[in-house]
Ligand binder design. Structure first.
Ligand SMILES: Nc1ncnc2c1ncn2[C@@H]1O[C@H](COP(=O)(O)OP(=O)(O)OP(=O)(O)O)[C@@H](O)[C@H]1O
Ligand SMILES: [Mg+2]
Length: 864
C-alpha cells in the first residue's frame, strides 16, 4: 500500500486539509506544536481505514470543536489498484457513522478525475471486514508495521514476547494457517465420522454373521427331523383311519341295538297306558251299573223334589211380599215420627206465639217504663259526674291535711328530742354545787352553760313553730269541712239517689227483651194463623199413616201364618237336590254300560299283542348288544391314543416348520448383510486414505507445521534487515538477534518465545538492559525491518512508513547516524515520512511538508 492523498474535514484541530502525497518519497513533516501533524499522518489514515482514534479518546472526541461532523477520505494504491476509503462521523442525534470503500475504474472522467466503483458491503461491519481483507492487516498490525507513533517507538519491542510473536505471525499472515487447519480438522472429522459409522456397521454385521455356521447346521438338523415327522404323520394317519372305521362299525351296531331297545320301551309304555285305560273303562262300567241299579228310587225322589220345589217357590213369593210390606211399614213409621215431631213443634210455636200475643198489655207497660228509664239515664249520669268532681276536691283537701300532719309529727319529734337532749345536758348545773356557776372553767360545766343558752333558744323556736303548725293544720281541717259541706249542699239541692244510674241501666237491660218482643208482635198474628193451618195438615197426615199402618199389620200377620212351613220345605228341597244330578247321569250310564264292555275286550287283545312284541324286541336287543359296549370302549381308547400320537407329531412338524422358516429368514438377511459388508469395505478403503491425507494437513497447518517453518525462515531475515539498519545507526557498534525458543526455568524442555538479544563490544544482553537512546535505535531498526518484511510479503505490500518524533532523544552524533540510516533504507520503501521539530533533520531530507496554522478554515500545507 502507498498513500496518494489524505483529505481531512474537521478532524482534531484540522478544519480542512487536502494533502497530496503522489510525488512524496522521503520527507520531513514540520510545523508548530498542535499544528495537526500527528493527526494528519497517523490518526487520519487509521481513522479512515479502521475508525481508530487517538488513545483515550472516543470517535466523537475526534470531531473538531464547533463542528458536528468529521470526515477523512484516504486515497491509496494497493496491489496495482487505486482505492479510496471515506469515513464520516456525525454527532447529530444519537450519532452516525458511514464507511465507503471504493476502487478506481481504469477510465478517467472528462474533468480528469477518477471514476469510482463501490466495493462496500451491506453494513459498516461488512465494509470494515472487506478493508481488513483487502490490506490483510488489522489496525494493530498496520500500526506495528508501518508507523512509529509519537512517544510509542517501542510499540513492538516493549511488548511481551508472546504479543511480539503474534504481531510477527500476523505480519507473516500465519493466521490463515489456523483457518486452513480448522477446515482440515472439520474435513477430517467428517470423513472420520463416516468411516466410524461404516466401521460400526461392519462390526454389527460381523457380530450377526458369526451366527451363520450355527444357523446352517441348525437348518440341516431341522430339515432331517421335518422329513422324519412327515413319514411318521403319514403312517399315524393310516392307523387312525383303520381304527376309526372299526370304531364306527361298533358305534353303528350299538346304535341299532339301542334303537330296538327304545322301540321295546315305547311298546312297553303303550302296554302300560292301555292297561290303565282298560282299568279306567272297567271302573266306569262298574259305576254306571251301580247307578242303573238305583234308577226306580232316583225317579221317585226326583218327583218328590219337583212337588216340593213348586211349594217352596209359591211360599218364597209370599215371603218377598211380606218383606216389601215390612219395608213400607218401616218407612211409614219413620214418616209418622217426622209428622209427630213437626206437629209437636207447631203446637209449641202456636202456644208460645198465642201466649206472647195475650201478653201485649204487659209488654206495652214495659215499653213505657223502658222509654222513661232511657230518657232519665243521661241526666242522672251528668249529676253523678259533678258529685265525682266534688268528692275528688274533698279527697284532695284530706290528702293535703294527712301529709301535713305526718310532716309535723316528724318535725315536732326533732324539736322535742333537741330540747330533751339540751335539758339533760343542763340538768347537771342544778347538782353541780359550783360557787361561781357563771364563770365556771371546767369543760363540762362550760358546755352545760352554753347548752343552757341553746335550750332557751330551742324552746322559743319550738313554741313559734308549734303556733304556726297548729294554725296550718286548723286551716286545712277547715278546708276539708268546707269541701264536704259543698258536696252535702249539692246532694241536698239535687235531691238524687246515687244508685239511680245503676238501677236505671239494669231496668233498661231487663226491659229490652220485652220491648223487642213487642216490636215483633205485629208480625206474629199471620204467623199464628199459618201455624194453625200447618197443625191441621199434620194431624190429617198422622191419622192417615195410622190407618195405613194398621192395614199393613193385618196383612203381615196373614202372610206370616202361611210362611211357617217354608224353612222345613227348603231343607227338604236341599236334601232332594242330589237326586236330580243322579237322574241326569242315568242316560250316560246306560250308554257306558252298553259300550265299555266292547272297549275293554279290544284293549285286552291289544295288550296281549304288544306284550309279545316287547318280549321279541328285548331278545333281539340282547343278541345285538352282546359284548359290543366293551369292544367299543376298547376301540375308542385305541383310537384316542393313535389320535394323540398324530397330534403330537403334527405339533412337532408345525414347530419345526416355524423354526426352519425363522432360520431361513435369518440366513436370507445374512446374505444381505454380506453384500452390505462387501460394499462398506469397498467404501471404507478410499475414506481411510482420505482421512490420512486430512490428518496430515491438520498437522501441517498446526503451530508446529508450516507456520513454525515460516517463522523459522522469517526470523533470520528480520534479524538480517534489522542488523543492517542498526549497524548503520550505531556506527557498527550494536547488533541484535532473536531467540524463538527458550529453555524452561524448570529445565524440563523448551518454550516458544521471541526474545530480543542485543550485542555490543561487551557481549550480549537483553534489550531491556539498554539506555533510552540506545533502545530507540534498536526500536527503529526492528520497526523498519518489520515494515520491510511486510513490504516484501507477497500480496500485501505496506510500502510506506511514518516516524512521528523520537529523534530528539539522540545525541548529535547518533542523530546524524539515525537520520543517515533512515535515508539509507529509503530506497527499500516507496515513501518515508519523518515528523520532526529538529531543523537539522528537516534540512537532511530532500522534501519538506510544512503545516501552517494561520488559515481559519483550512490547514495550508506546503510540500517543498
Ligand atoms: N476535537 C478537537 N477540536 C479541536 N482541536 C483539537 C481537538 N482534538 C485535539 N485538538 C487539538 O489538536 C492538536 C493536536 O494535534 P496534533 O497532535 O496532530 O499536533 P502536532 O502537530 O502533532 O503537535 P506536536 O508537534 O505537539 O506533536 C492540539 O492542539 C489539540 O488541542
Ligand atoms: Mg505530534
Amino acid at each position: 500500500m502507498k498513500p496518494l492523498r489524505i483529505e481531512i474535514h474537521n478532524l482534531g484541530a484540522i478544519p480542512y486539509a487536502n494533502i497530496d502525497l503522489t510525488n512524496t518519497t522521503l520527507a520531513a513533516i514540520c510545523g508548530v506544536n498542535g499544528a495537526g501533524k500527528s493527526t494528519a499522518f497517523t490518526v487520519a489514515p487509521r481513522f479512515a481505514l479502521y475508525g481508530a482514534t487517538k488513545p483515550g479518546t472516543s470517535i466523537d472526541d475526534m470531531i473538531r470543536t464547533g463542528a458536528t461532523e468529521a470526515a477523512v477520505n484516504f486515497y491509496f494504491d494497493h496491489q496495482g489498484g487505486t482505492y479510496r476509503v471515506i469515513r464520516t462521523r456525525s454527532k447529530k442525534g444519537k450519532g452516525k457513522t458511514t464507511l465507503e470503500l471504493q476502487k478506481a475504474k481504469n477510465t478517467l472522467l472528462l474533468d480528469g478525475s477518477l471514476d469510482w466503483e463501490s466495493l462496500s458491503g451491506a453494513s459498516i461491519s461488512e465494509t470494515q471486514k472487506k478493508i481488513i481483507d483487502l490490506l490483510g492487516l488489522d489496525d494493530e498490525t498496520f500500526v506495528a508495521s508501518s508507523m512509529i507513533l509519537q512517544g510509542d517507538s517501542g510499540n513492538f519491542t516493549k511488548r511481551p514476547a508472546g504479543q511480539r510473536k503474534a504481531i510477527l505471525s500476523q505480519v507473516l499472515q500465519l493466521d490463515q494457517y489456523e483457518t486452513l487447519q480448522d477446515k482440515a480438522k472439520a474435513k477430517a472429522g467428517e470423513v472420520n465420522l463416516t468411516l466410524e459409522k461404516s466401521k460400526a456397521k461392519v462390526a454389527d454385521i460381523d457380530t450377526r454373521l458369526a451366527e451363520k455356521p450355527i444357523l446352517e447346521s441348525d437348518k440341516l438338523a431341522a430339515e432331517v427331523k421335518l422329513a422324519k415327522t412327515e413319514t411318521d404323520i403319514q403312517s399315524l394317519e393310516e392307523n387312525v383311519q383303520t381304527l376309526q372305521v372299526a370304531y364306527s362299525a361298533l358305534v353303528a351296531k350299538i346304535q341299532q341295538a339301542e334303537d330296538i331297545n327304545r322301540q321295546a320301551k315305547e311298546k312297553w309304555a303303550d302296554v302300560g297306558s292301555k292297561t290303565s285305560e282298560r282299568d279306567r273303562q272297567q271302573g266306569r262300567m262298574d259305576n254306571a251299573q251301580k247307578l242303573l241299579d238305583r234308577e226306580a228310587d232316583i225317579l221317585t225322589k226326583v218327583a218328590a223334589y219337583d212337588t216340593t220345589k213348586d211349594t217352596v217357590t209359591a211360599l218364597r213369593v209370599k215371603r218377598d211380599q211380606q218383606a216389601a210390606l215390612k219395608n213400607e211399614a218401616d218407612r211409614l213409621k219413620n214418616e209418622q215420627l217426622t209428622v209427630e215431631a213437626g206437629l209437636a213443634k207447631v203446637i209449641a210455636d202456636i202456644n208460645r206465639i198465642a201466649g206472647q200475643i195475650a201478653d201485649r198489655p204487659r209488654l206495652e207497660a214495659a215499653k213505657a217504663e223502658y222509654d222513661t228509664a232511657v230518657a232519665r239515664l243521661p241526666e242522672c249520669q251528668k249529676e253523678l259526674e259533678e258529685d265525682k268532681r266534688l268528692l275528688s276536691a274533698v279527697k284532695d283537701c284530706q290528702d293535703k291535711l294527712f301529709q301535713t300532719e305526718d310532716r309535723y309529727i316528724g318535725q315536732e319529734q326533732i324539736h322535742k328530742q333537741n330540747i330533751e337532749s339540751l335539758e339533760a345536758n343542763t340538768a347537771m348545773l342544778a347538782d353541780a354545787n359550783c360557787v361561781d356557776l357563771d364563770n365556771a372553767q371546767c369543760k363540762f360545766l362550760a358546755n352545760a352553760i352554753k347548752d343552757k343558752d341553746k335550750l332557751v333558744n330551742a324552746r322559743e323556736q319550738y313554741s313559734v313553730w308549734k303556733v304556726r303548725a297548729d294554725q296550718e293544720i286548723s286551716d286545712l281541717q277547715t278546708a276539708v269541712k268546707a269541701a264536704k259541706n259543698k258536696r252535702a249542699e249539692y246532694w241536698a239541692a239535687a235531691n238524687i239517689n246515687p244508685l239511680e244510674p245503676h238501677e236505671l241501666q239494669e231496668k233498661i237491660n231487663q226491659l229490652k227483651t220485652d220491648v223487642e218482643l213487642l216490636a215483633k208482635l205485629a208480625a206474629m198474628e199471620p204467623l199464628l194463623d199459618n201455624l194453625k193451618l200447618q197443625r191441621t195438615d199434620l194431624e190429617t197426615r198422622q191419622a192417615d199413616i195410622n190407618v195405613r199402618l194398621e192395614n199393613m199389620r193385618n196383612q203381615y200377620r196373614e202372610l206370616s201364618d202361611g210362611l211357617k212351613e217354608l224353612p222345613a220345605m227348603e231343607i227338604k228341597l236341599t236334601e232332594l237336590e242330589p237326586w236330580l244330578r243322579s237322574k241326569e247321569q242315568l242316560p250316560a250310564a246306560k250308554e257306558i254300560a252298553n259300550t265299555a264292555r266292547e272297549t275293554i275286550d279290544r284293549l285286552k287283545t291289544e295288550i296281549n299283542d304288544l306284550t309279545i312284541q316287547v318280549v321279541n324286541l328285548e331278545t333281539e336287543y340282547k343278541t345285538l348288544m352282546g359284548d359290543s359296549e366293551t369292544l367299543k370302549q376298547d376301540a375308542e381308547k385305541r383310537l384316542k391314543e393313535a389320535q394323540d400320537s398324530l397330534k403330537q407329531c403334527r405339533d412337532e412338524h408345525l414347530s419345526l416348520t416355524g423354526r426352519l422358516g425363522g432360520i431361513r429368514a435369518k440366513l436370507v438377511l445374512m446374505e444381505d448383510d454380506e453384500k452390505t459388508r462387501q460394499s462398506l469395505m469397498g467404501e471404507m478403503e478410499p475414506l481411510a486414505k482420505e482421512l490420512v491425507r486430512w490428518q496430515t494437513l491438520v498437522k501441517a497447518f498446526g503451530k508446529d507445521g508450516i507456520p513454525a517453518l515460516i517463522i523459522e525462515n522469517a526470523v533470520p531475515e528480520l534479524e538480517r534487515i534489522a542488523n543492517d539498519i542498526l549497524g548503520q545507526m550505531s556506527g557498527g557498534k550494536n547488533y541484535l538477534r532473536f531467540e524463538t525458543q527458550r529453555e524452561l526455568k524448570s529445565g524440563k524442555g523448551m518454550t516458544e518465545t521471541l526474545d530480543i538479544i542485543v550485542g555490543d563490544w561487551a557481549g550480549e544482553r537483553i534489550y531491556e538492559t539498554f539506555s533510552g537512546g540506545e533502545q530507540l535505535r534498536i526500536d527503529f531498526a526492528i520497526r523498519f525491518a518489520l515494515a520491510e518484511l511486510l513490504a516484501r510479503r507477497a500480496g500485501s505490500k505496506i510500502d510506506w512508513i511514518v516516524v512521528d518524533e523520537g529523534i530528539g532523544s539522540q545525541d548529535a552524533h547518533h542523530r546524524e547516524l539515525v537520520l543517515q540510516a533512515i535515508k539509507g533504507v529509503s530506497d527499500r520503501f516507496s515513501m518515508i515520512l519523518v515528523i520532526t521539530h529538529i531543523e537539522e533533520a528537516q534540512k537532511f531530507f530532500e522534501q519538506t511538508i510544512h503545516f501552517d496554522v494561520s488559515g481559519e478554515d483550512e490547514r495550508i500545507i506546503q510540500v517543498a
